[in-house]
Design a protein around this ligand. Structure first.
Ligand SMILES: Cc1cc2nc3c(=O)[nH]c(=O)nc-3n(C[C@H](O)[C@H](O)[C@H](O)COP(=O)(O)OP(=O)(O)OC[C@H]3O[C@@H](n4cnc5c(N)ncnc54)[C@H](O)[C@@H]3O)c2cc1C
Length: 500
């Protein structure tokens, strides 16, 4: 039986491991952290569960092309309850103006038109575009290079009409698209709904899926999703070692032969799959000896291929916040300065999920500010200057002060229990510049569906969210499945899916 070592016990690692086990490989996942999950994680502080990931998960609907991956890997099971949020986001302004982006598109259209009649035509057009994206799905069954003529014709046939819209909306940023609206609040909301540099296609894909009944949140949160996947993997006979950082990929005669752990132990294998952030893999684990042009292009051009990072303050709140809106974005009159002044804070209230509440009923609200590489460099400098802890406290307190505008009756009972920065993501995931997701799909950048190979290096496969733009759970899951298919194809082994 051939042995595969998979570096990284996140979504991509478990997907690769599960499909490889089902196809008859001996698999070992090596995860650096004590708990598996990678970016899809949750943890406890002050008796509260803090969810570190899922705001929406594409592929939870049986109609989605991604559904089979989540079911095969037990990310979701037949009886997994899915929560669908009706209010995607409420936008609040200090002058009392407020409107809601609804999941129901008829309701959304009505709300937008009533709020800004001057933009009626553009709002109706936006909703029409979202409807177009409701059925657009990435081809997740197999990687393009393994498709036969029949597969390709099927995609061409089913996606012919979509291609025009995908291409057109990929070439405009949310920031530029927002300029079509006359109403300054709508402009503000559209520009900042995801982040200004995302292309419009990314926003439409998200809104399309959520409004179509896909993109819900598995009840129990991110950690439960990963626990189910880990259980599935182990039950299929897969092995995992946690708390074991890899320091090097062994390469002999341009062929991957295994890995060396930080503690010096050598583990030999017939194949190595890396699901780690791609820069860490090529620069640190492979010693910068093998380059891949699609990846280099992205690593070298931060303007067109930025990464996004977060600064998050977590509050323990009284049980009564459970009834309040799930997601509120507040426009600040007095910006909060991190690397630059930020004028939006997004509040997310986890009281919607009974299973995530503390024993005494306390709920968690997370306040998030969204930034890019520059936010990471600022946090890194704060660490070097010795002001990191102090700045974390300052920013969390400013976010808590901002919370008074949205939770006036409970803000005095809200307590800061954790602060997450770009450096947290870097430390925990080895991620590029503290990224929480892969390379962002901007209007200037090219789309990426990397083939998992690094030129000149045999018996090695790249997987993980960085090889399929813009990252996220579906690209991570797809890349894991594709890794197994690529190995099976090279070895001329039958690719099998696990029985459900
Ligand atoms: C705050 C936040 C919110 C998010 N929200 C959403 C959302 O709503 N919807 C969505 O689709 N996606 C979301 N994402 C993104 C999603 O979590 C990721 O795209 C996905 O989990 C990535 O999975 P992965 O397996 O590709 O990578 P990772 O999760 O990064 O897994 C790679 C693993 O490799 C390990 N590793 C790294 N270096 C080494 C080493 N040297 N040795 C051993 N192990 C190593 C890491 O510890 C990690 O466990 C969010 C992410 C964050 C952080």
């Amino acid at each position: 039986m051939k042995r595969v070592v998979i570096i990284g016990g996140g979504i991509a690692g478990f997907c690769a491991g599960i499909y490889l086990r089902a196809s008859g490989y001996d698999t070992l996942i090596i995860e650096k952290n004590a708990v598996a999950g990678g970016a899809c994680i949750g943890w406890e502080r002050s008796g509260c569960y803090i969810d570190g990931c899922i705001h929406w998960m594409a592929g939870v609907s049986p109609k989605s092309s991604l559904y089979h991956i989540w079911r095969d890997t037990h990310a979701i099971m037949e009886d997994t309850e899915i929560f669908y949020q009706d209010e995607l986001m409420r936008m609040d302004y200090s002058n009392g103006k407020s409107f809601t982006l609804w999941r129901d598109l008829d309701k959304l259209e009505k709300e937008l038109v009533a709020f800004a009649p001057e933009d009626e035509k553009e709002s109706r057009r936006l909703v029409k575009m979202i409807r177009r994206f409701q059925h657009i799905d990435p081809p997740s069954n197999k990687p393009v290079e393994l498709m036969n003529l029949k597969d390709l014709l099927k995609i061409a046939f089913t996606m012919a009409g979509d291609y025009y819209w995908v291409k057109k909306t990929s070439k405009i940023s949310c920031e530029d698209y927002a300029k079509r609206f006359k109403n300054k609040y709508l402009r503000d909301a559209i520009e900042d709904f995801m982040a200004p540099h995302y292309n419009l296609m990314s926003m439409l894909y998200m809104l399309g899926h959520i409004s179509a009944g896909d993109g819900g949140i598995p009840v129990g949160g991110s950690l439960e999703v990963v626990r189910r996947m880990e259980k599935r993997y182990v039950e299929l006979g897969g092995k995992i070692r946690k708390g074991a950082p890899v320091s090097q990929i062994i390469v002999e005669n341009d062929t991957a032969k295994g890995i060396i752990l930080k503690k010096g132990e050598e583990i030999r294998a017939d194949w190595v799959v890396s699901t780690t952030p791609v820069e860490h893999c090529t620069m640190d684990l492979l010693g910068d000896k093998y380059r891949e042009k699609d990846i280099d292009l992205r690593l070298e051009n931060m303007e067109d291929y930025p990464i996004y990072t977060y600064t998050v303050a977590v509050f323990k709140c009284p049980a009564s916040v459970a009834d309040k809106a799930l997601s509120i974005k507040l426009r600040l009159d007095e910006p909060i300065t991190i690397d630059v002044p930020y004028s939006h804070v997004a509040f997310r209230n986890y009281g919607y999920d009974e299973t995530l509440k503390a024993d005494d009923g306390s709920c968690v609200i997370q306040a998030t500010i969204h930034g890019d590489d520059k936010m990471y460099f600022w946090w890194k400098e704060a660490k070097e200057k010795g002001t990191y802890k102090q700045e974390k406290q300052r920013i969390a307190k400013e976010m808590l002060a901002a919370a008074r505008a949205v939770y006036p009756d409970v803000v005095d009972q809200m307590e800061i229990i954790d602060v997450i920065t770009s450096c947290t993501y870097e430390r925990y995931l080895n991620s590029r510049h503290g990224a929480f997701q892969g390379f962002v799909h901007t209007d200037k950048g090219k789309s990426l569906m990397q083939n998992g190979r690094i030129k000149g290096l045999k018996n090695f496969i790249l997987a993980g969210q960085y090889i399929i733009q813009s990252g996220g759970l579906p690209p991570a899951g797809m890349s894991g499945r594709f890794a197994a298919q690529r190995i099976c194809h090279t070895d001329k082994t039958k690719f099998c899916t696990p029985e459900n």
